[in-house]
Design a protein around this ligand. Sequence first.
Ligand SMILES: Cc1cc2nc3c(=O)[nH]c(=O)nc-3n(C[C@H](O)[C@H](O)[C@H](O)COP(=O)(O)OP(=O)(O)OC[C@H]3O[C@@H](n4cnc5c(N)ncnc54)[C@H](O)[C@@H]3O)c2cc1C
Length: 415
Amino acid sequence: MSAERTNWAGKLTYGATRIHTPSSVEELQDVVARTARIRALGSRHSFSDVADTTGELVSVAGLPPRADVDAAARTVTVAAGLRYGDLAEQLHRQDWALHNLGSLPHLSVAGAVATATHGSGDGNGNLATAVAALHLVRADGELVTLRRGEPDFDGAVVALGALGVVVAVTLDVVPAFEVQQVVYDDLALDTVGERFDEIFAAAYSVSVFTDWAGTTRSWVKHRVGDGDWTPDPAWMGARPADSPRNPVPGMPAVNCTEQLGVPGPWYDRLPHFRLEFTPSSGEELQSEFLVPRAHGVAAFGAVAALAGHIAPVLQICELRTVAADDLWLSPSYGRDVVGIHFTWRKDPEGVAPVLARIERALAPYEPRPHWGKLFTVAPEQVRERYPRLADFRRLRGEHDPDGCFGNAFTGRYLG
Ligand SMILES: Cc1cc2nc3c(=O)[nH]c(=O)nc-3n(C[C@H](O)[C@H](O)[C@H](O)COP(=O)(O)OP(=O)(O)OC[C@H]3O[C@@H](n4cnc5c(N)ncnc54)[C@H](O)[C@@H]3O)c2cc1C
């Protein structure tokens, strides 16, 4: 079985009868037009079966890797299969940047956008909020462009691959900027609960990592130019790390982006991991629940009460904040959220009962699970949490009346 037939973590073998890798948009249009059931495949980083199908898959990785900046419009139009890391380096050479990035730069642009992948930052929307236009091949093979401001555009951006195959994405860009990244050791868990808002408001992007077994640290990413800033020797009762850290305690920091407050380009500080290193061999599983900011502290407390169950099957837990957006299927639709993320050991049997406990504990706080990560929340509960789902279904009916792009996942959660 070739590596391409499994997801990045190696735990999901795609049921597709065939994986196409066209090298031109025309070839892709032809493949889509003559295939009854097909789904787009990105860089295979999702843990859930969101990308899977028993029909055929089409990877966009073979399309020409274009990245065309329109300086006047402040946008870049990129090939859908480009990895954020490759795009970022090209943008930076032209003095442009993206507003935010995920924790690692290896994710494909279209795959990350389709699942509302996010970074952190009170003021930062997820990566899909930068989408100004989508260039999409529909079931009949027609290439259409959907632009921000047009009716239903907000429904089409985070679409879980259900509207068609995105071949290019136009993203907003901002002038290039620098970031200083400082890790603080020995942050007390009680302090996280007590000073939650202060902690996350401390910089452009803040992540709190805990193993729920004694190690809690914060990754504070300050945007150079946002006022005077030097690492605080006693920030929130924590202290600046004296050497680089890996978010997973005990793992080497060599594959992490530069820390210790050294200023550097946005793309080499906002992700935790560097492009030139594989962050791990896939020896992990992941889950994440996004709860309204107003419930953040209570939800954190509910998870803390399960620390003894969580720690034995956990590598690391990460808390991040994401600004509200208008994208219908985004977990941050209509509300600022806190992402409570779990990087599990690669032990599905051990993780399953713990995940179920967490889901029960978080249920009162209206969590929306990350589409690309593992969850077992009842489909009807997931559907209830998306107020624009009926609109999305209507939009889907217009773009894909025969359900060519559907799969078991979209059947469960979109209906
Ligand atoms: C190590 C690791 C770190 C991660 N870090 C983060 C993080 O910091 N923040 C976060 O929010 N998430 C994170 N994730 C989750 C990840 O961002 C999502 O699972 C994302 O969807 C992965 O993108 P992909 O290109 O691998 O997509 P895939 O897993 O290949 O596909 C995901 C979905 O996108 C659709 N899709 C892919 N390409 C296209 C296309 N061209 N047109 C239409 N639909 C398409 C697929 O059909 C599928 O529905 C991480 C995952 C891993 C493994």
